[in-house]
Design a protein around this ligand. Structure first.
Ligand code: PEP
Length: 279
């Protein structure tokens, strides 16, 4: 049996959304540390709400788990009520921040119109995501840039057009060197929080299409270097299949990141998937 390490180290990022007080964050990270601290060839990250960042950071200790935030603003400081700057997140111990999640774009995988219109107030767009990503990179914070199609867009055959359009607009004006450092998360909107995971081969195909879009816009090194995660109902049962795919470099995990056991299983599957095995 020959083992060969894949080009990119997988990243498993847990998006806790609006869950967990400080005590719950401590308990969750406390349960996760023994499950992941000895894993090799995988980067593990938790993204708590802002209020639990500090508690999570303390519980992370020297385990090697990384910290991420769920949003960020693109100004340094000043009269921006409610906003959080990259410097503040770096100061809180963050390495990453999620931008462009469909819930903050107001594109939600539900037929519940009330919820969809409520979420549209968050109003994130490709243009604001682009400004955020540029400012974060300038500050040394790594963006996890989300993209994804709605069920209507998929059903009408617009998936590739929508996703490649989002990628080009969100990454516009970023240098090829910086693109290599950032993370893209392909999250079909209809798969988020619904239990309806994207079929493995299709998720891999879309991630390949995203990588090709990056290559065409920023060159081969950027396309080969950028990590592309899959997100949308990934769990401890389906993670292995998804993470074994050649173009999927990890996962952005919502519901299954709220239990140490299920998140730990996903991280373990990613560590295993960091290698190609040949007989
Ligand atoms: C997410 O919120 O980014 C996500 C993928 O959620 P879930 O895993 O619950 O579908």
């Amino acid at each position: 049996m020959v083992k060969e390490k894949k080009l990119r180290t997988p990243l498993i990022a847990g998006n806790w959304k609006m869950n967990n007080t400080r005590a719950a964050a401590e308990a969750l990270v406390g349960g996760l540390v023994p499950l992941v601290k000895d894993l090799v060839d995988v980067e593990v990250c938790v993204c708590p709400p802002f209020t639990a960042l500090d508690a999570a950071r303390k519980a992370i200790g020297d385990s090697g788990i990384q910290l991420g935030a769920q949003n960020v603003f693109w100004e340094e400081k000043g009269a921006w009520t409610s906003q959080i700057s990259p410097d503040m997140l770096l100061d809180a111990g963050c390495k990453y921040a999620i931008v462009g999640h469909s819930e903050t774009r107001g594109r939600f995988g539900t037929v519940d119109e009330t919820l969809a219109s409520r979420l549209s107030y968050f109003g994130e767009t490709d243009a604001t995501i682009n400004v955020k990503a540029k400012f974060m990179l300038a500050k040394g914070l790594i963006p996890i840039v989300c993209c994804g199609e709605t069920i209507d867009e998929r059903k009408t055959g617009k998936t590739d057009e929508v996703i490649s359009g989002q990628i080009k607009a969100c990454l516009s004006g970023i240098s090829a060197d910086e693109i290599e450092k950032l993370v893209i998360a392909y999250e079909p909107v209809w798969a988020i929080g619904t239990g309806e995971v994207c079929e493995t081969a299709e998720a891999n195909r879309v991630c390949r299409m995203i990588r090709q879009t990056v290559r065409e816009s920023f060159g081969a090194d950027a396309g080969n270097g950028v990590r592309i995660l899959y997100g949308g109902s990934m769990n401890d049962k389906n993670a292995e299949d998804l993470l074994e795919q050649s173009e999927i470099d990890g996962g952005l995990v919502g519901g299954a990141a709220l239990k140490a056991e299920s998140f730990g299983v996903i991280c373990k599957a990613a560590s295993f998937a960091a290698w190609n095995f040949y007989i």
